[in-house]
Design a binder for this molecule. Sequence first.
Ligand SMILES: [Zn+2]
Length: 232
Amino acid sequence: MTRPADPITNPPVTSDSIAQALSVAIHEHRIAPGTKLGEDELSEIYGVSRTVVRASLQTLSHIRLVDIRRNKGASVASPSTTEAHEVFEARELLEPRTARSAARRSTPADILKLERHIHDEHAALDANDSGRALYLSGLFHTEIARIAGQATIAGFIETLVARSSLIIALYWRRESALCEKHAHHALVQALADQNEQQAEELMRSHLVDLHSALDLRERNERTLSLKDALSS
Ligand SMILES: [Zn+2]
């Protein structure tokens, strides 16, 4: 299989296309958390200048997929298992109540927008773009917080969802990229019915389900070299 990372079959290589290729490789677990992302090595792999590589690493650091440390360079971000638990516990605390408020306030336009999110997420899954599917699935949650009209809590949830994407990317242990088709559909239905109780319960069980799908045991994985992970 040829990946977008291949500079010969998919020119031109830009900082965006490198960021995309690295993001996909991280989401597909080909590059392990903590792996050092050397500028020299990446510029050799992609046949571009270090400036282009640096721009792509900056992009990834903004969405916290990559950590950049002074004098140490860039590496794949590595949220601890403790942080992973904390993030999901915080979400289990905030989001069921938010879903309840959203059920009270949702308009037909909101429902349409949520349905479009689900549709796009499925399209990404069908196209094997698990990175994008993960991103869209997170947006679904921030959208519900927006519908609930609680800006302060929505801000917290947005941060937690962004952090969750990386945690899910790193610790997800189920076969499919995301098994939440049913959960999101059922949530939209509860919101459309303005069934507050149902929305709250569905959101709680959905988050507990996601949390339980993470493999948060300590591990010691064999890691591919960057070159092996990014080619072929
Ligand atoms: Zn979800």
